[in-house]
Structure formats: structure tokens, C-alpha cells
Design a protein around this ligand. Structure first.
Ligand SMILES: [Zn+2]
Length: 483
């Protein structure tokens, strides 16, 4: 009894001590963002001018096309852009390949590795019934530019081009080469960016930094984060389309046997959903992201994220329950997106399938993730066909001078914002550039509200006119201060 009491007291003391250490860490880990003035500013006239440029670009419905399809809308967009940004189109070295644009602005010292800014020209369809305006009217109203592509990704493209155009007009010459790149089929992974990379490879060109869409400056990016957050994507997850096939004898639906193809597929789907078969891990930059944002969070979350040595296990369990994004940060995900069975309501299928869209994590690559599902499929006598497969990208380093430079520029231009690395669950053109660059940074310097974020690839896409002006001035700053 005495020993039991002693052990109990000891455990209690250890628990109290751990709690004290955790609380002290959380209290001392509090930071506030700087209240200094931003290094960039702009006039109302400039704001209106940039909004006009973006509006003109949105008016051209450059719907994403596959190779060999009609590219005339893209040529129309390029004509519009050549009128909006005449210096870029007349003064810079241009290498356009199949509608994909590549410009080289020669710097003072071209022996240094250049930087490359990119944004795609294509947009996804705008067929949602919820659109309040014509998605291709380029309407400027209530302080925003509205329409398909207003954010993804013409605002990025417009801001990059407007910044370079202004600097060219002023006779500025960058320290190192500045490249502008834009593909015509990012949205359907059509290979446009690869074509541009092939060109750079053929010329033996390496780049110090590539900046493409990805993270942005987001309000309420994470629950409990009290300040806006500039999230820089350092890695993107892989992409697999898997067809799970069930075969059967078919027959009349009035006398169904057990375990028909759709039943077996359903059992498979339920098991995958319920058993969460993929391994969870904190791969870089997830721990670094927690470290960056923890000091700016409300106390309960600061307590947890400042003490991952203590809460690692709990967070791994709880995070996927709290948010699907949180789950996607930690492991491979699998979404069931399409399916088909027989051709009539009263006919049993002799062939049915379901498509899984898998996003493999860095620590469990495409092949390993597919193997996990193969094992489960076996149990239900299902065939597995890999339709497309790609591993996660490389992870760009947070310790590079290129990341440090981007962070420094953000601290100066967006002083009210916390900068963090993050893992992208979706894909961008940026990964193609890994072959010519070690620092692929997926980030657009644009402030987005939750509504704007939710409207990406959905109805009522829009972007703030002041956010657009801020992005133009940020790109200018980023180019001007390069050494
Ligand atoms: Zn995009």
C-alpha cells in the first residue's frame, strides 16, 4: 500500500512537472507581429490600372486545353497582354513554345543563376450555377476583380508582368537574369511547363529560385492563428489515379447473389475509409510549420504546438479528426471520385469500377501507397489498375538563402503577417522546375479571404484590387532588392 501511494505521488509529481514545463514554454513562446510600416505602397490610380489589366485578362476565356486542341484563345490573351505590357513583349528575349511563354530579362550579371516567376494562363471551366455574374466579364465591383481566373492564376500572372513592365519602363536593370514563364495547361497537367523546362535544360540554364502559385497571404489560415499567414509551399504531394475493378457474372437484378461487383467495391471503399491504412508522419516542413506559427496562436493551441515533444502522439491522432487538411498533411490520402456499373437499373454488372485519386505523402511514395490498397483489394477479389502515378516532389530547403530572401522581403512588405513553410496537398507547375532549380517556392504574395480561397475552382472567384496592387509592388521589391 505504501509503495502504491509512493508510486502514485511520483506519477502525479511527474505529470505536474511536465504540465509546468509545457505551460512555461507556451507562455514564453508568445510573439506578436511587427507594427512597422510596410516597405511598399501604391496609389489609388495604380490600383485601378492593375485591376483594369487583370480584368482584360479575365475577359479572355482561356479554358485549359490538351495538346493538339484549339489554342486560339491563348493567342488572344497574349495579344491582350502584349498591349497591356508592351515593354515585356518588345524588349525581352522571348521563347514561346506551343503557346507557353518564356521571357528572359538579362541582368547585369548573367553568369549568376537567374530567378524565374511564373503563373499559368489556363483556367478551369466556370459552369457552376452559383455564379452571380458572367464569369468572363472581368467585372470590377466592390473593390474586387471578379471572374474565372481572377485569382487562379491570372492575378499572379498579371502582378508579375505589371511589376516587370513598370521596372522596364523606368529603365531598371536587375542584378541577375529574371525569367517570366507561363504555361497553357497547368490545370490538366498538360506538359506545358515541362516544355519550357526542356528548353532551359537544352541551353544548360540553371536557376537560383523559381516562384510559382501555391501558398498565399491568408486570413484565418489555421484555427487559433490570430494573424494573417504567408504560407510558402516547399513540397507538393504526389498524384495517382487508380482504377479498382470488380468482375462478376452479370444477370437479372431480380435474383441477386451475394457479393456482386458493386457490393465488393463498396466493402473495399468502407474499409479504406474506416481503417485509415496509410502511415502518419511529421515530414518536413510540417514540424517547421508548427514552430513558425505556434508563437502567434491562441493559448491552448500555442500550448500544444510549442510542446510537440509532449503532444506529438496526441496531435497525430486528433489532427485528422479535426480537419481534413490536417489529415492530408500527415499521410497519403485517397478520394473516391468516379464509378460505373451496369448500363440499366435492372441489370447486374459483370464489370464495375471505382476510381481512387490518391495523393501520396513524402514518406509513403506512390508505389508504397498503391501497395497498401492492393492488399485491401485482394480481400474483396478486386483488380487494381494504375492509370497515372507520380511521387511527391522534392522538398526545397528552408535553410537556403533563397528562402531566407523571400522571407525577408515578406517581413518588410507584409510586416503584419507571419511567414511559414508548408506542404502543398495539391499540385503546381513548379515541380517541373526541380530539374533546373533547387529552390522551388510555391507562393503568391496575394492576400486572400476565406471566401476567396473557397471560390478557387468554384463559383464567384475574385481577387481584391488592393491585394493585386500589393502583389505587384511585392514582385517589384523582390526583383529590385536581389543581389
Ligand atoms: Zn493554378
Amino acid at each position: 500500500m505504501k509503495y502504491f501511494l509512493f508510486a502514485l505521488l511520483l506519477i502525479l509529481a511527474v505529470v505536474v512537472l511536465l504540465i509546468c514545463v509545457a505551460v512555461i514554454k507556451a507562455v514564453t513562446n508568445k510573439k506578436t507581429v511587427s507594427d512597422k510600416k510596410a516597405a511598399i505602397s501604391w496609389t489609388k490610380e495604380e490600383e485601378a490600372e492593375y485591376a483594369h489589366c487583370l480584368s482584360e485578362m479575365v475577359k479572355v476565356p482561356t479554358l485549359s486545353k490538351k495538346k493538339g486542341e484549339d489554342y486560339s484563345e491563348f493567342l488572344k490573351l497574349q495579344t491582350v497582354m502584349s498591349e497591356l505590357f508592351p515593354n515585356i513583349f518588345t524588349k525581352l528575349e522571348a521563347h514561346h513554345i506551343d503557346g507557353n511563354m518564356l521571357f528572359r530579362w538579362a541582368g547585369k550579371d548573367s553568369s549568376k543563376e537567374g530567378i524565374l516567376l511564373m503563373g499559368h494562363q489556363d483556367v478551369v471551366p466556370a459552369e457552376e450555377k452559383e455564379w452571380e455574374n458572367d464569369p468572363f466579364s472581368g467585372l470590377i465591383e466592390d473593390g474586387v476583380v471578379k471572374g474565372r481566373g481572377a485569382m487562379d492564376c491570372k492575378s499572379t500572372l498579371c502582378a508579375e508582368f505589371a511589376a516587370v513592365e513598370e521596372l522596364l519602363k523606368e529603365g531598371f536593370v536587375p542584378e541577375r537574369d529574371v525569367w517570366l514563364a507561363s504555361s497553357v495547361n497547368e490545370e490538366n497537367s498538360g506538359g506545358g511547363a515541362e516544355t519550357l523546362v526542356e528548353y532551359l535544360l537544352s541551353k544548360g540554364i540553371r536557376l537560383s529560385c523559381v516562384m510559382d502559385e501555391g501558398g498565399a497571404v491568408m486570413e484565418n489560415a489555421f484555427p487559433g492563428l490570430e494573424v494573417p499567414c504567408a504560407a510558402i509551399g516547399l513540397v507538393e504531394k504526389g498524384f495517382v489515379n487508380l482504377k479498382i475493378i470488380a468482375r462478376g457474372k452479370g444477370g437479372h437484378a431480380s435474383t441477386p447473389p451475394k457479393n456482386t461487383p458493386i457490393v465488393r467495391l463498396s466493402k473495399f471503399i468502407c474499409e479504406v475509409e474506416k481503417s485509415e491504412p496509410f502511415t502518419k508522419a511529421y515530414t518536413s516542413p510540417i514540424p517547421e510549420m508548427f514552430d513558425s506559427i505556434a508563437p502567434y496562436m491562441t493559448f491552448p493551441l500555442r500550448l500544444v504546438l510549442s510542446n510537440m515533444w509532449l503532444f506529438k502522439g496526441v496531435v497525430k491522432k486528433v489532427l485528422p479528426m479535426l480537419s481534413s487538411m490536417g489529415g492530408a498533411f500527415l499521410s497519403t490520402t485517397c478520394a473516391f471520385t468516379m464509378s460505373d456499373g451496369s448500363s440499366a437499373p435492372n441489370v447486374l454488372p459483370d464489370y464495375a469500377y471505382v476510381i481512387c485519386n490518391i495523393r501520396p505523402s513524402v514518406h509513403q511514395n506512390a508505389e508504397e501507397s498503391v501497395a497498401v490498397l492492393r492488399e485491401i483489394a485482394k480481400k474483396y477479389d478486386l483488380e487494381v489498375e494504375v492509370m497515372f502515378s507520380r511521387d511527391a516532389s522534392n522538398t526545397s530547403s528552408m535553410d537556403s538563402k533563397e528562402y531566407a530572401y523571400l522571407k525577408k522581403c515578406l517581413n518588410e512588405c507584409f510586416p503584419d503577417v507571419v511567414v511559414t513553410p508548408y506542404l502543398m496537398t495539391g499540385g503546381t507547375d513548379c515541380r517541373q522546375f526541380e530539374r533546373v532549380c533547387d529552390n522551388c517556392l510555391r507562393f503568391t504574395p496575394t492576400r486572400l479571404t476565406n471566401q476567396q480561397l473557397a471560390a478557387m475552382h468554384a463559383a464567384n472567384e475574385n481577387i481584391g484590387v488592393s491585394a493585386l496592387a500589393e502583389a505587384v509592388k511585392f514582385y517589384r521589391y523582390f526583383i529590385e532588392k536581389q543581389s
